[in-house]
Design a protein around this ligand. Structure first.
Ligand code: ZN
Length: 144
């Protein structure tokens, strides 16, 4: 991963700011998105998702699954790219013997993201990934 001139304290500060913004949108897919859970994620995994809140549930589910295999694992970066979730965990934090299982879980979650609205988390027939100029996975409501 390419590192910019942004120092770690600055990066952490930016992430906290993003976290505050994201937590202002607490209702995702009709369910209350607990501030505690996202703070907990940030504190245990060392980073915060850079995607929108509609994928938080997917990320937390994936986190629980990876955590059951590798409790102390860390995350390098979580973001959206070309309409899909990208979940980069810190390979050093995962035992060699567990990598294949973890990779499969990550692949599965990334696939699900292509049918899950990044804004609201809905996963129905209106969700599309459009392109070529603006590739995002959104429901019909949030594509307006
Ligand atoms: Zn939506």
């Amino acid at each position: 991963m390419a590192h910019s001139i942004v120092t770690e304290p600055v990066r952490a500060g930016i992430q906290r700011f993003v976290l505050t913004l994201a937590l202002s949108q607490k209702r995702v897919n009709g369910r209350h998105m607990s501030e505690d859970r996202m703070l907990q994620f940030y504190e245990s995994r060392g980073t915060y998702p850079e995607c929108q809140a509609g994928w938080y549930r997917l990320i937390l589910d994936l986190d629980a699954k990876i955590g059951s295999i590798e409790p102390g694992y860390k995350v390098d970066q979580i973001k959206e790219k070309f309409g899909g979730l990208r979940f980069y965990y810190d390979e050093i934090s995962v035992n060699d013997d567990n990598r294949e299982r973890v990779d499969k879980l990550v692949d599965a979650a990334e696939q699900i993201s292509y049918t899950t609205c990044e804004v609201c988390g809905v996963s129905d027939s209106t969700v599309t990934t459009s392109g070529p100029c603006w590739v995002k996975t959104l429901c019909s409501e949030h594509r307006k």
